[in-house]
Design a protein around this ligand. Structure first.
Ligand SMILES: Nc1ncnc2c1ncn2[C@@H]1O[C@H](COP(=O)(O)OP(=O)(O)O)[C@@H](O)[C@H]1O
Ligand SMILES: Nc1ccn([C@H]2C[C@H](O)[C@@H](COP(=O)(O)OP(=O)(O)O)O2)c(=O)n1
Length: 211
């Protein structure tokens, strides 16, 4: 059983996926963390972020490990944990370029499809491209200002700068960010985090919530 939670940047995907996964007693997996890891490793190696051949060779030479814990995913390369470094503004600024590369998308998709079910998967194209046969699909939205205000609690920049960066990333990510036709769209703007988690859980078909 797979539940997909897609949506725009900072719409609440990870927090909601984590809450839903904990309620169901299953893991969740953040596909964005894999794109962020590819970006961080590329930046650290001094690679051009649109050089797919060099990036893929570097990723294959430094295999990562995603730990899909329900309370928060962690990423390792060898003995080094990268998790805390994946949400920097530097990675935010480069990640859409990396995510636009078909070779990198195929690399991420292969890792996701190898995971043992059940799990909750969150990202942009989980319900459309990666897991079109998922048992339940959701798509989260909120206005750019609401999302920027939430993210400002996690970044050093001010709200207008974060809003501008989020809007630009939405634009760059448009291609892979369309909601699945069978996804339930939830505007998280007027809701608390617990209310969004509750809305998702209440919409799950009975066979999915039973496992
Ligand atoms: N109603 C809400 N729904 C979802 N997230 C919310 C809500 N209210 C506040 N947040 C907060 O918004 C922030 C961004 O959420 P996050 O899960 O990181 O989004 P994403 O994974 O889509 O980037 C988190 O700190 C989260 O707790
Ligand atoms: N399934 C996915 C997940 C993320 N991406 C890309 C698009 C996003 O700008 C980056 C980072 O995704 P992530 O979900 O971590 O970012 P936000 O928390 O929503 O800001 O990766 C993607 O193209 N496809």
């Amino acid at each position: 059983m797979i539940v997909t939670i897609d949506g725009v940047a900072a719409s609440g995907k990870s927090s909601v996926a984590s809450g839903v996964a904990r309620a169901l007693g299953i893991p969740y997996v953040s596909s964005g963390l894999l794109y962020r890891t590819a970006t961080l490793l590329g930046l650290e190696a001094g690679l051009e972020l649109n050089d797919a051949t060099a990036l893929l060779a570097h990723l294959r030479a430094n295999p990562l490990r995603l730990e899909p814990r329900a309370k928060g995913n962690r990423v390792w390369v060898g003995e080094r944990e990268l998790t805390a470094e994946l949400h920097s503004s530097r990675v935010d600024a480069g990640v859409s370029r990396v995510a636009a590369l078909p070779e990198v998308r195929a690399w991420v998709d292969a890792q996701l499809r190898a995971l043992p079910e059940p799990f909750v998967a969150e990202g942009r194209d989980m319900g459309t491209n990666v897991f079109p046969h998922a048992g339940a699909k959701f798509y989260l939205t909120a206005s750019p200002r609401v999302r920027a205000e939430r993210r400002a609690k996690e970044r050093p920049e001010d709200v207008p700068a974060i809003e501008a960066a989020l809007t630009e990333r939405d634009r760059l990510d448009t291609v892979q960010s369309a909601p699945a036709p069978d996804a339930r769209v939830i505007d998280t703007g007027p809701l608390t985090l617990d209310e969004v988690i509750g809305a998702v859980l209440s919409e799950l078909p009975e066979h999915v919530s039973r496992g």
